[in-house]
Write a protein that binds this ligand. Sequence first.
Ligand SMILES: [Zn+2]
Length: 284
Amino acid sequence: MPELPEVETVRRGLNQLTLNQQITGGDVLLHRTVVYPDSVEKFIEGISKTNITTWHRYGKYLLASLSPVSSLCSSPSYLGVHLRMTGQLLWLHRSEPLHKHTRVRIFFENSLELRFVDQRTFGTMWWVEPELEVEKVITGLAKLAADPFSPEFTVAYLADKLKNSRRPIKTALLDQSIIAGLGNIYADEALFLSGIRPETLCTNLNRGQIEKLHPAIIQVLTKSIEAGGTTFSNFLNVSGVNGNYGGEAWVYNRAAQPCRVCATPIQRTRLAGRSSHFCAECQK
Ligand SMILES: [Zn+2]
C-alpha cells in the first residue's frame, strides 16, 4: 500500500507534469471508482475544459484544484484521488496500450493522458463542484488528524493526543485520527530513532521522549520522500509495498539481524495485529 511518502512523491510528480494543460475529456472504465458525482458523465463533464493549477496532499488524499478554461465561471472545482491498496497514476501518451486494470482515463491536450490503474479496485476518485464544500463530499478528509508536515503537528499536539491513551505508543502512531498517513515502517523507524519501545503505554511517556519522537517522525518521512526522487520524466508511477525505506531501515523488517548501532539482534513482536521491530538495547 502506498504510504504517505510515496503519495507525497506522486504529488510532486503530478505538479511537475500535469499543471496548466487543458483537460479535454476522459473515460471511466470502472464506474465504482468514481464515488462522486453519481453519474460518470457528470464526472467527465466536470473535469473537462479545466486546467489543474496545483495538486495538494492531505494525509494520503490527493486533491487537484481545477480552474475553468472559460472565464465565465471562475470558481475552482476539485478532483480528488485516493490510491488505497494498489492504485497507480500513469502520465503517458494516449496511444499507449491499455493495461487491463485501467479504471479511469483523463485526457489532456496534445494527446497526453493521466491514467488510473488499480488492480484491487479500492482506489477512488471524486469531482467536487465549486458550490460544494470538499469535506462534505470527500468525507474522509474531515476525519483526518494533523499531517506530519503541517504546522499543526507540534510537540504540544502530539503530547496532547497521547496523554490519556492507555494503548502502546506503536498502536497510537498508526491511528489515523492522531497522525495522518504514518504507516507501519515509519512508526517502527521513528520509535527506534527516539529510543522508545513500541509497547510503551502512551500515558507512561515523559515529555523528553515525546520531544524526541516528534522530530524523529518528520525525519523518517523526509528521508523516505527524498529517496523517492525529485525529478520525473514522462512516466509517473506509484507502487511499492515497503516504500522507499526498506533497504536502509534501522529496524523495520530486520528481525534477528544486528542493530546498526549496538549489534544486538533486532526483535520482532506483534502489537494490535501489526508486526513491530525494535532493538531491546537502544529502545527502553
Ligand atoms: Zn541497538
